[in-house]
Design a protein around this ligand. Sequence first.
Ligand SMILES: CC(C)(COP(=O)(O)OP(=O)(O)OC[C@H]1O[C@@H](n2cnc3c(N)ncnc32)[C@H](O)[C@@H]1OP(=O)(O)O)[C@@H](O)C(=O)NCCC(=O)NCCS
Length: 371
Amino acid sequence: MTATRGLEGIVAAETKISSIIDDTLTYVGYNIDDLTDNATFEEVVYLLWHTRLPKKDELAELTKQLAENAEVPQAIFDQFKAYPLETVHPMAALRTAISLLGVYDSEADDMTPEANYRKAIRLQAKIATVVTGFSRIRKGLEPIAPKPELGYAANFLYMLHGKDPAPIEIEAFNKALVLHADHELNASTFTARVCVATLSDVYSGITSAIGALKGPLHGGANEQVMKMLSEIGSVDNVENYIQTKLDNKEKIMGFGHRVYRKGDPRAKHLRVMSEKLTKLTGKPELFDMSVKIHDMIVGQKGLPANVDFFSASVYDSLGIEHDLFTPIFAVSRTSGWIAHILEQYANNRLIRPRAEYVGPGMQKYVSIEER
Ligand SMILES: CC(C)(COP(=O)(O)OP(=O)(O)OC[C@H]1O[C@@H](n2cnc3c(N)ncnc32)[C@H](O)[C@@H]1OP(=O)(O)O)[C@@H](O)C(=O)NCCC(=O)NCCS
């Protein structure tokens, strides 16, 4: 038995949900470019959960269900208020809150497909309220109740900022949600599938996935990109800053990918939005710095930007706090995690690989006095 480090190249599941073939990402066979240009996030959620696009009435029904289930138990907010709010990362708060939501769901351990679908709607609806509620509570503000008449993207921005978002903000945020919704067997989705393959419940699956997404090699990269842009400060400083990092063999966040070689197809959409929004908000230098970094990394390392690179300046332009970038990734990716969890339940087999043992050979136990 020989281990494959990082399971690179190993095909560990069959899926009908999304695919990455020749650097093209599709959801259920629809090119991500098409969906980003045309679909609402709710449409994509339906697509991922039902493996087909919704008809008008089906989309209206899902949109209504998501709006109706958006409120969360007060206990979630009370718990946030008891946290050491100056230090707790919103991803830690989110991970804990999703687990707590399971405690308050009387159907949490009902494993019928109908109950699991109802939980899917509740989770997707509530996660936006959890993230925005946490953001407000740590600023000493009260959470804002969702507006049922708003769509998912608009409602998120409304609950975060307390005012109706502009159409361009809704468009940009909707596109970002669509682009992050699913991504084949990425680390957090694999984590979710491993968890529920033991026939554990949906809340456990999503909680585990959030834990995996939190790491800077996965979802945490977009927050690190913004940290880097803030540290650099101006276009003139880019060359020196990046060259020093490259000379020190440090990784530049937002570049490289395990699967894509020519480029991450999601990055170009975020690049276009980043250019538009940074101009509108009077921070064009953020985009200019990003382009200069991009050209240096592509030129010297041949590594293309991934989804996290330009999403950082897009979210910053939407007035979103930098440590909420990864929780927003989780809000969108919950749709994909749930799709994979439901797919796993429908054709389950325990996921239990083997390990190559590289420790010492057989040893004789020595009593503690003789060691
Ligand atoms: C995404 C990522 C984890 C994929 O990792 P991986 O497939 O395990 O690839 P490795 O980390 O083994 O990298 C392969 C080579 O490319 C280099 N490399 C990869 N990503 C790099 C980056 N962002 N900056 C500089 N060099 C990078 C590595 O140093 C390594 O070089 P070496 O062979 O000379 O040692 C990796 O590219 C990375 O850490 N990127 C930064 C974090 C990030 O943006 N994550 C979000 C992913 S959507």
